[in-house]
Design a protein around this ligand. Sequence first.
Ligand code: CA
Length: 224
Amino acid sequence: MRILIVEDETKLATALKQGLTTKGYAVDTLGDGKKALTRILIHSKDYDIIILDLMLPSIDGLSVCKEVRAHNIVTPILVLTARTETESKVDLLLAGADDYVVKPFSFDELVARIHALLRRPVSTLPATLRAGTIELNTTEHTVTCEGKPVMLTLKEFGLLEHLLRHPNEVVNREDLLAHLWDFNYESFSNVIDVHVKNLRQKLARADIPDAIETVRGIGYRLRT
Ligand code: CA
């Protein structure tokens, strides 16, 4: 899961990035409305959620939000708003925001809102993802094979989650990189292959040796 944080308070942006990274998200931060809009219009498909501050240099958050929706981009947007800002929840929702949190907010509250937004729509994003005997719980961050726990690193977990969301489909390496690593990552590195190899070994130890198939030259497929 990859998140774009648009927030010009560097301290807050850095703290959020750190916190969300330890939760296993890939996080990019931008501190300017215009830059954020450009990034979103070009790379919207790479982001699973956008966290958007309202008071921003160059273009304010509400205008960014409206513009993004005007381009038919449906990525969930969670707005950060200060108590003193006059926009009502109705204005935010009319502008296309999915939810908002009022500053100062607790990190746990933000994470809860992110989880809630990523679960929408419930029918397509269940908390528990299954393939064969593999079960992955996105809220408890646990994986079991045949009921036995499998310990995965954050990146392995993210990889497996992405594959489970696209069962029996070929997921290309660029897609995996886009959703699991942040913008600064070297996209030609073999980082994906290394993590897939480790994930495969762990699944093999849980008696599921060939769940992840390599599709040569393209990417990977999770067999169910
Ligand atoms: Ca601000």
